[in-house]
Design a protein around this ligand. Structure first.
Ligand SMILES: Nc1nc2c(c(=O)[nH]1)N[C@H]1C(S)=C(S)[C@@H](COP(=O)(O)O)O[C@H]1N2
Ligand SMILES: [Mo]
Length: 304
């Protein structure tokens, strides 16, 4: 009954990646490939959308708190202290407070969502996340009528996080991201606590990270410690550091190039010199059917 083609495979049914891939191949052979609701994922029936292997999802990362090279986050993952963890819920809500991770997660069923992740740097992956819809979490805290934006903050711990201590990136810490309230309440917007049916690895933003599949990856903020609802559009980390390069909206759009490179295509990982695996980038990362109505009447070149 869902228009959003939600996954129906419980995370308990998901074990290793090999089994996972085999099941998908089998379903495809059986002719179920186009029936996304049956398959239980939010992908278009596109042969390019093979799951990215676990080792690439967890070995090629952007997480500047843990270093700027793609392999730094995995190498420094042990430096991120994820327990105990709490999340402050603040601002325009009926029930503000600081909640333990356990309190945050307790009432929610964890579902699986297979989403494409498109980095603004023009590489992409396909990742089976485990998580809960952000809208279900926000609803629990009672957003007021003044809640027009949702702001997220990542952990600030320079004693342990090398990228915050040396700050070679020049970014302002903590990492901050934000969404308009209708984007935050959209059923595709996920708070992830795992991937491939396993606890979220630190390099992927443990213990709790955002996943907004129609936006460039930098919107999908990792290791969240604060969620604030507010009336004004927030100042966000990448937008602040280079406003002409990284917009607040950051919707995936092949027609709007980054000032320094084209956004028309992307390298779908794994990718190599001899097998670049370059594919066309889709408007809203292929989720236009679900999300285009959020931006009706907006000039996507101005609001990039
Ligand atoms: N706190 C924080 N969140 C972050 C980042 C970061 O550096 N710090 N990088 C972003 C970028 S640019 C991308 S592409 C995705 C990458 O997520 P992944 O490593 O799980 O694939 O995380 C996003 N979230
Ligand atoms: Mo990114």
């Amino acid at each position: 009954m869902s228009r959003y083609r939600y996954p129906v495979i419980p995370s308990s049914a998901i074990t290793p990646e090999k089994v996972y891939q085999q099941r998908r191949t089998l379903l495809k052979l059986m002719g179920f490939a186009g029936l996304s609701s049956l398959l239980g994922d939010a992908l278009a029936a596109d042969t390019a959308d093979t799951l990215t292997p676990y080792e690439h999802v967890t070995g090629y990362n952007n997480f500047y708190e843990l270093g700027q090279a793609k392999t730094d986050p995995a190498a420094n993952a042990h430096r991120l202290k994820t327990a105990p963890w709490s999340v402050a819920i603040e601002g325009e809500v009926a029930k503000p407070g600081t909640y333990t991770l356990e309190d945050i997660l307790k009432p929610h069923a964890i579902e699986e969502r297979v989403y494409r992740l498109r980095c603004v740097e023009a590489w992409s992956m396909v990742i089976p996340w485990n998580g809960l819809p952000l809208k279900d979490l926000l609803a629990r805290f009672g957003p007021t009528s003044k809640a027009r934006y949702v702001v997220f903050e990542s952990i600030f711990d320079p004693d342990n996080l090398p990228g915050q201590k040396d700050n070679r990136s020049g970014l302002q810490w903590p990492y901050v991201e934000g969404l308009r309230i209708d984007e935050a309440m959209h059923p595709l917007t996920l708070l992830a606590v795992g991937l491939y049916g396993k606890t979220l690895p630190n390099q992927n933003g443990a213990p709790l990270r955002l996943v907004v599949p129609w936006k460039y990856g930098f919107k999908s903020i990792k290791s969240i410690v604060r969620i604030r609802l507010q009336e004004q559009q927030p100042v966000t980390t990448w937008n602040l550091s280079a406003p002409h390069e990284y917009g607040f909206y950051a919707n995936v759009n092949p027609a709007v190039d980054h000032p320094r490179w084209s956004q028309q295509s992307e390298r779908r990982l794994p990718s190599s010199l001899f097998n670049p695996n370059r594919i066309s980038t889709q408007l809203f990362n292929g989720y236009a059917e679900q999300v285009a109505s959020l931006y009706r009447g907006m000039d996507l070149r101005v609001n990039f």
